[in-house]
Write a protein that binds this ligand. Structure first.
Ligand code: SAM
Length: 239
């Protein structure tokens, strides 16, 4: 399948870099501090697929010594601009970079696997991430649920892509981010819950908890579907 990572693009990087945590994105990050407080032991962190560094800076603000890696030179360049003292490394699509085994207490991948096609590639990368994890370390993955691609949201629209409804596991799907200037559709890969479970098992990782955060009516957002349908899935894994 031809799949182009839409984030290898300077205009997209510029636009994404201004994003922060509006609307539906807030829900992806809202519960992370509590999850890390519960499961993370130690402060050495790697943010795989750091993009413009939003997720890496989020970890640093929580007190982690976090470095970021990304396949996109444009995204890494923006991450460095936002955090000149930080450590951001460009990696190739098939490698996670050169790090010592068991050297991280926490590895995060926030929306990264939404952009990685093919089971084999995903398994290889996840296995490699597992190798970098310390004995008590955890991996936290934040990904899109299949439902995000067939509903409307505060921060996303999919109504122009009815073809998303007919997709099967591993197919390409389109979604528009409404909080950024760049309204070109983002192309992702759709994965279902069972795909993730199989992926974790083949990468030799144990799923210890899954979260599907919903919006609360009391939050200061005009939620659309966020209070009843979860747009994100958070998976906590260990070796
Ligand atoms: C939607 S962005 C999320 C960025 C960041 N984690 C955040 O929450 O703001 C997904 C990122 O994953 C990166 N990515 C995709 N495939 C990758 C791979 N094989 N290795 C490293 N990064 C990858 C993309 O370049 C993109 O910057």
């Amino acid at each position: 399948m031809d799949f182009i990572n839409v984030y290898e693009d300077s205009l997209r990087a510029e636009s994404y870099g201004r994003l922060e945590f509006p609307g539906t994105y807030y829900l992806a990050y809202r519960d992370i501090p509590g999850i890390l407080e519960k499961y993370a032991k130690g402060k050495k962190a790697l943010d795989f697929g750091c993009g413009t560094g939003r997720s890496t800076r989020f970890l640093k603000n929580l007190g982690f010594e976090a470095s970021g890696t990304d396949i996109s030179a444009d995204m890494i360049k923006k991450a460095e601009e936002f955090d000149p003292a930080g450590k951001y490394i460009q990696v190739t699509g098939s490698s996670i970079g050169t790090f010592d085994d068991s050297s991280f207490d926490l590895i995060t991948a926030v929306f990264t696997f939404d952009n990685i096609p093919g089971n084999e590639k995903r398994t290889g990368l996840l296995k490699e991430l597992g190798r970098l994890l310390s004995g008590t370390g955890i991996i936290v993955l934040v990904d899109s649920t299949p439902e995000i691609y067939v509903n409307e949201w505060l921060s996303f629209s999919t109504k122009n892509f009815p073809e998303n409804k007919k997709t099967k596991s591993g197919d390409k799907v389109k979604i528009i981010m409404t909080d950024v200037e760049d309204k070109r559709p983002v192309e992702d890969i759709i994965w279902f819950d069972n795909d993730y479970k199989e992926l974790f098992a083949s990468a030799g990782l144990k799923l210890i908890e899954t979260y599907k955060p919903l919006g609360y009516p009391t939050e200061p957002y005009n939620w659309i579907n966020e209070t009843t349908i979860a747009p994100w899935i958070i998976s906590v894994l260990k070796k």
